[in-house]
Ligand binder design. Structure first.
Ligand SMILES: [Zn+2]
Length: 449
């Protein structure tokens, strides 16, 4: 079958499948297509309306938020502007972990909610619940984000993923056959042999879009460049893990001759922001979430300054999350985008709070930004990861690049000591690759103190 036939059959199968479940995905997708061009005033109206409804629901059915509203004198219906949202204290991961049942809405049977568990890589694993409509709206947001990278329903997909899903039931097989035309490269086994096989499958299958964690796509792209393979030409590339390093982006774009569409989301709230065709920062998914950037006291930071990201999920009625701190650090901007969309912009991510390294004098360093700068400044480094287990030693796992020579490690040591102090021991370890987490994701900076 041709890619066009695939897309036609895919669209047909999708619309029948979605219709059977109420058609919410299709309708929400159409709304998102329209709302992406809203003016700031229209966005604010939409958010205020959705937030008012959510607060009234939370008051009635989430004992956690009912308590908070009573304690802080917030009455349902008293919200006048979005700024009033700041009357709510920040919801932390430990609040949720220790009081999960109180967050869940009593308006739903818990067994009817979809359950998800967040990864424990930040040290705290959470149980989360979503209602069906929320799930479907998130699907629609995903489709919207994918469409910005050239994907359509029925597109052929190459996925670079850890633990590829396996269709077990007949229904799953029909669904994956019609809706998800996908070939997988399993990131748990990324080696020359698996990548060579994947290239052969790619040539037969001709995927339209490639999806994956940024660093895994980067490893595959480096392999293509090294092997001088230049015929893999997807229409779009979607990088889904949070940290897309600049130098990795360049390698990926060179290998596939296509721009990377970076996006950011989390299990707790779904899509948070996504790049448009201009690739200058990510537009916030303002139809579904309210994103704030705050300091240690929960007060908003000024535009352009890094702050802790706080999300209010306007979709989830099964387990409301209001002003939830994700433990990621990012920079918001009010800069307009040349694409014409006026959705606000998440300029960049600086990493997870847990990725910030500590200095002896009490200062902090955005580890991922440091990795990025060092890779650019010092020739001979292909990849690196910083791990801090004590204030006296910084472990550097580094992969040698083509320009590696006897001066590389000395320059690396100097650069890191200029940041952390000369009395910090820089323990450079020669590795073949950066180790991945159990989830298949990569972290370039890990603070264990
Ligand atoms: Zn834009």
């Amino acid at each position: 079958m041709s890619n066009d036939t695939d897309r036609f059959l895919g669209k047909l199968a999708f619309s029948l499948w979605d219709k059977k479940q109420g058609g919410h995905r299709t309708r929400e997708y159409q709304r998102l297509q329209k709302q992406q061009y809203y003016s700031p005033a229209e966005i604010e109206n939409l958010q205020t309306e959705k937030l008012t409804q959510l607060l009234s629901h939370a008051w009635q059915s989430s004992s956690w938020y009912r308590n908070i509203m009573e304690k802080n004198g917030i009455l349902p219906g008293s919200l006048v502007t979005l700024a009033d949202l700041r009357k709510f204290p920040i919801t932390t991961k430990s609040d949720i972990r220790e009081n999960t049942e109180q967050f869940i809405s009593s308006a739903y049977q818990k067994s009817a909610l979809k359950k998800a568990k967040t990864g424990g890589s930040t040290g705290v694993s959470l149980d989360l619940y979503f209602d069906q409509l929320c799930q479907q709206k998130r699907n629609a947001a995903q489709m919207y984000a994918d469409s910005l990278a050239g994907w359509q329903v029925g597109s052929r997909v190459a996925a670079v993923w850890g633990n590829p899903p396996v269709a077990r039931t007949l229904q799953q097989k029909i669904r994956s056959g019609l809706l998800e035309k996908t070939i997988y490269l399993d990131t748990m086994h990324l080696d020359k042999e698996s990548m060579t096989t994947f290239v052969e499958r790619w040539r037969e299958f001709q995927p339209d879009v490639i999806f994956g964690h940024a660093h895994s796509i980067y490893i595959f792209a480096s392999f293509l460049l090294a092997e001088k393979i230049t015929d893999l030409r997807p229409k779009g590339i979607v990088a889904t893990s949070m940290m897309l390093l600049d130098h990795e982006r360049q390698v990926i774009e060179e290998a596939f001759n296509t721009a990377v569409t970076n996006r950011y989301g989390c299990e707790e709230t779904g899509l948070i922001a996504v790049e448009c065709e201009q690739h200058q920062g990510m537009h916030i998914n303002s139809s579904h979430i309210i994103l704030e950037s705050v300091d240690d006291n929960g007060l908003p930071v000024t535009d352009g300054t890094p702050g802790k990201l706080v999300v209010t999920d306007l979709n989830n009625y099964g387990m409301p999350l209001i002003r939830y701190r994700i433990e990621d650090v990012g920079v918001l901007s009010s800069r307009p985008c040349s694409c014409g969309r006026q959705l606000p912009i998440l300029e960049r991510l600086e990493g997870r709070v847990a990725d910030f390294l500590k200095k002896k004098n009490g200062g902090q360093v955005a580890g991922v930004s440091l990795v990025e700068r060092t890779l650019t400044d010092i020739p001979g480094l292909q990849q690196m990861q910083l791990v801090q287990e004590s204030l006296d030693t910084l472990i550097v796992n580094r992969v040698r690049g083509a320009e590696y020579n006897e001066n590389t490690d000395a320059a690396l040591k100097d650069e890191l000591q200029s940041v952390f102090g000369n009395d910090v021991f820089i323990d450079i370890r020669d590795v073949e690759k950066i180790p991945q987490e159990k989830s298949g994701k990569y972290r370039f900076s890990i603070c264990k103190i």
